[in-house]
Design a binder for this molecule. Structure first.
Ligand SMILES: C[S@@+](CC[C@H](N)C(=O)[O-])C[C@H]1O[C@@H](n2cnc3c(N)ncnc32)[C@H](O)[C@@H]1O
Length: 189
């Protein structure tokens, strides 16, 4: 288990509409996500990014949103149902070690780990599992909170991802620091 896991009350704070001023989901994720994609969002929390992702993938796409806390997922379920987006979102609660993504092997176009990785106890395993789920040429965006993650620690996280085989790619548009775009090479990448 990680030493720190975001409690549900912080999950509610993370839904604050003012967050858009600093972290606008459409600006951050719209540059990577297209209609029809399969998008993986581990550590989805209460769905601040999940619902915008579901809009971006459209009716033919799918967002697989994974979390270890049922309380987080039930808030996503409720708001996705209300927004008419539930049929595009596959909500999964992790109950064992690892992400349990074996069925997605090589099927994911894009993954977004947003404010999550510092909570993951075994980052090496985490990046290998995401790697396995991605298609060749698939991308992973990692964004970490400045307040919790020092630059050194962030660099260690990126090094762990590179050990799993990821290559860093230049962000088409700078998002902010503690943010890296990683690619699983293949398909001419
Ligand atoms: C700080 S919250 C961020 C939520 C969301 N990504 C956002 O930015 O609003 C981190 C979330 O990751 C989940 N989490 C922590 N460890 C996890 C793990 N090993 N696998 C999947 N989710 C995890 C927590 O339950 C929590 O919902």
């Amino acid at each position: 288990m990680a030493k720190h896991v975001c409690p549900p009350w912080v999950g509610y704070l993370l839904l604050c509409p003012l967050r858009k001023l600093l972290e606008n989901p459409d600006k951050i994720l719209g540059q990577f996500v297209r209609e029809g994609m399969v998008v993986l969002e581990p550590g989805c929390g209460m769905g601040y990014f999940t619902l915008p992702l579901a809009r971006m993938v459209g009716p033919e796409g799918r967002v697989v949103a994974v979390d270890i806390q049922g309380r987080m997922l039930s808030v996503v379920r409720r708001s996705a149902r209300k927004a008419g987006l539930l049929d595009r979102i596959d909500l999964r609660r992790i109950e064992t070690e690892g992400l349990g993504l074996e069925d997605l092997s090589g099927r994911v176009d894009f993954a977004a780990a947003l404010h999550l990785v510092h909570e993951v106890p075994d980052q090496a395993r985490f990046f290998i599992e995401i790697w396995n789920s991605l298609k060749p040429g698939g991308k992973l965006l990692v964004m970490e909170p400045r307040g919790h993650v020092s630059l050194d620690r962030f660099e260690q996280t990126v090094a762990t991802a590179e050990k799993a085989g990821f290559k860093q790619e230049v962000l088409p548009r700078k998002i902010r620091d503690r943010c890296v775009l990683l690619v699983k090479p293949g398909n001419g990448v």
